[in-house]
Design a binder for this molecule. Structure first.
Ligand SMILES: C[S@@+](CC[C@H](N)C(=O)[O-])C[C@H]1O[C@@H](n2cnc3c(N)ncnc32)[C@H](O)[C@@H]1O
Length: 274
């Protein structure tokens, strides 16, 4: 199997397992967590924003594919000429619109659509942060970003999906191995197959997911594992969580969870890809 086929197969298998365990797939999977993607565009302590900014030339235009609530698109709009944010989730778009309005950011165009269906103008730089894990058709997705950026493409991916922290708990609750989504190790061979020579830079490690109370941890885990209150699966989850969580000074974490390593994968578009 080619790297592109392997990627697509991993996404298909993970989605099929999720659909089987969850039942009906919600139309907007971000409706319960979109608010977490709101962030102050003027913050000065975010080294990822500073790294991205350092790669942008003054006055350039930016496309943010899967912009979410604008965690990166909005601070970058403060220094770019214009940002086009492509985002299919209505709840994420609502957070993005509201945050842009609250901070008076007007050089942002929101296109409420998935990337492969989006009709947008070409820009100087395309960005895609923590999106590709769920994209089955990865070849056309990356090629379209390449075709729409005249100078540079930047993608941010973790070494492993953040939800991998809960794979052990998943197995104990659902009695089967959790199929993993593809991440950085599978993305680099995809780029190679597309004829793209990319540079990889490690960004700051992020602590594993923390929760501020046992109840919040229980709710977060139930969401990750598609477990509903009052079910047998919830009883099993409660039982597993007794040993699977660690508390330190009022902060709860999955026992043994390792920090997350995000990486910036970037490439100049001129003459890069086949
Ligand atoms: C984990 S969030 C990341 C949001 C933002 N890029 C960030 O780093 O904060 C993933 C986002 O990708 C979006 N997404 C999923 N499929 C997409 C697609 N086919 N085209 C564009 N965006 C997509 C989701 O709606 C979601 O907002």
């Amino acid at each position: 199997m080619s790297a592109i086929e392997t990627w697509g197969e991993m996404v298909r298998v993970e989605h099929a397992q999720s659909d089987r365990i969850r039942g009906v797939r919600p139309t907007d999977t971000w409706s319960q967590s979109a608010a977490q993607f709101r962030a102050d565009p003027h913050r000065t302590d975010d080294r990822t924003v500073e790294t991205l900014r350092s790669r942008l030339n003054p006055g350039e235009t930016l496309l943010d594919v899967g912009a979410g609530g604008g965690r990166l698109a909005l601070p970058l709009a403060l220094t770019c000429r214009n940002v086009t944010a492509v985002e299919p989730s209505p709840s994420m778009c609502a957070v993005l619109r509201e945050t842009a309005r609250d901070y008076g950011i007007q050089n942002l165009t929101i296109v409420e659509s998935g990337w492969l269906d989006a009709e947008v103008e070409a820009v100087d730089v395309a960005l895609c942060s923590h999106v590709v894990y769920v994209i089955e058709d990865i070849g056309p997705f990356v090629r379209k970003m390449n075709a729409h950026a005249s100078r540079l493409v930047m993608a941010i991916l973790f070494q492993a999906s953040p939800i991998s922290q809960a794979y052990g708990i998943w197995e104990q609750v659902h009695g089967e191995r959790r199929h993993a989504l593809p991440a950085l190790p599978q993305f680099l061979p995809v780029l190679e197959e597309l004829g793209i020579r990319a540079e990889v830079t490690e960004l700051d490690q992020q602590p594993s997911r923390t929760f501020s109370s046992l109840e919040e941890a229980r709710e977060g885990m139930a969401r990750w594992l598609f477990v509903s209150p009052g079910t047998d699966a919830m009883t099993r989850l409660d039982h597993v969580l007794r040993d699977a969580l660690r508390e330190n000074n009022g902060v709860w974490q999955v026992e043994g969870a390792r920090p997350l390593q995000p990486c910036l994968v970037s490439w100049e578009t001129a003459g890069n890809s086949r």
